[in-house]
Write a protein that binds this ligand. Structure first.
Ligand code: SAM
Ligand code: SF4
Length: 352
């Protein structure tokens, strides 16, 4: 079979040539090589975590953002965005409801909103940890100073998601305004790792101007950085951003990237993202079949869900909502996995 050697090389911890990797990224859906790639990815995942998909409760805490990333509907220049912010009470109510449903990891995410100072966030984190001591708290509030990350860690935060977005500095500059730098993004990721967080990086597949070389650099970056988690999902345009006329990323390419990352970093926690599920009804299941093992259904208050509009058509009902756990469970089952509500720590840091 063509490319078997390249897939076996990945399985053995090696890295195939750039031309083989590029070919692997673009094999056709359901061909023999793709089937072997996905089967290998599942075997590697199952050896470490079992055939398990970990569910995290996602709380989208703020639709305000001081940044102006060109791809994102929350960017500050989008005058049409309906902004909202959850209070500590709102967040605690969502956590309480999620705890009752069985969630043991809560992901608090939001734009870079000046309201969420270290004091405000630390208070929320420590309240969650005091009341629900068997739970993990993941944060995703963008770039902050090392000191800020240190304080939030001290308050009890366990994990932090900050996608690198692209490992090519010139590409980074085309996706972001001048005041944001690739160097600072990488520095933030290094700081988070040093401070003992379980750290997630990641990138969008098919973001504007992305080339095959950029994707290869993203894959190599992840292989070298060895994050605990990686968020890899397709780019989807938002009608009120400068990138409104670009095409969405490809579902097939996204799932092949997931499988390659699974082979490159076997113990990584890898979500089947909401963006993947938004682009295709089978997106999530295809993600699980390619070695993904995390899902993050939405636990935000109902009235906030539609307002956290990163891209057009973002799903927040059915299996993308915390209330849709039964659907999620059957989707996991159809991919040969069981849904777990446990903390789902990285293999190096398992507590429960
Ligand atoms: N503000 C924080 C940050 O940027 O890290 C956390 C929230 S941000 C909305 C989370 C992720 O959403 C980003 O890292 C980005 O990759 C993704 N995202 C934003 N706009 C998107 C789009 N149009 N299509 C797909 N993903 C998008
Ligand atoms: Fe803000 Fe994050 Fe969107 Fe960038 S990606 S505009 S930092 S919410």
């Amino acid at each position: 079979m063509k490319l078997k050697g390249a897939i076996d090389c990945l399985r053995e911890g090696g890295i195939p040539s750039d031309s083989e990797l590029t070919e692997l990224l673009h094999v056709s859906d359901c061909c023999e090589a793709e089937e072997y790639l996905f089967k290998s990815a599942r075997e590697v995942r199952d050896k470490i975590y079992g055939p398990t998909v970990f569910a995290r409760g996602l709380i989208e805490a703020s639709g305000y953002c001081k940044n102006d990333c060109l791809y994102c509907g929350l960017r500050r220049s989008n005058g049409k965005a309906e902004r909202y912010r959850l209070t500590k009470d709102d967040i605690m109510t969502s956590v309480c409801a999620g705890y009752g449903m069985g969630f043991r990891t809560f992901v608090l995410q939001g734009g870079e909103d000046g309201y969420f100072t270290d004091e405000v966030l630390s208070d929320i984190i420590s309240s969650i940890k005091d009341r629900y001591s068997d739970c993990a708290v993941t944060l995703s509030f963008g770039e902050r100073s090392r000191e800020s990350y240190r304080r939030l860690r001290e308050a009890g935060a366990d994990r932090y998601l900050l996608r690198h977005e692209t490992a090519t500095p010139e590409h980074y500059a085309r996706l972001h305004p001048k005041e944001m730098s690739f160097g600072n993004r990488i520095k933030c990721l290094e700081n988070l790792k040093e401070l003992g967080y379980q750290v997630g990086c990641g990138f969008m597949v098919g973001s504007p101007y992305q080339t095959d070389e950029d994707v290869l650099r993203d894959l190599r970056f992840i292989r070298n950085f060895k994050p605990h988690m990686a968020g890899i999902g397709p780019f989807i345009p938002h009608g009120d951003t400068p990138f409104k006329s670009f095409h969405a990323g490809c579902v097939g390419l996204t799932v092949r990237c997931l499988a390659i990352v699974r082979l490159m970093v076997p113990d990584i926690l890898l979500p089947a993202t909401t963006a993947l599920a938004t682009l295709s009804d089978e997106g999530r299941v295809r993600g699980f079949l390619a070695g993904a093992n995390v899902v993050m259904p939405n636990l935000s208050p109902e009235e906030a869900r539609g307002k956290y509009s990163l891209y057009d058509g973002k799903k927040n009902t059915g299996a993308e909502s915390a209330e849709g756990l039964a659907i999620l469970e059957s989707e996991a089952l159809s991919a040969g996995c069981r849904l777990s509500m446990s903390r789902g720590d990285h293999a190096d840091m398992r507590k429960y």
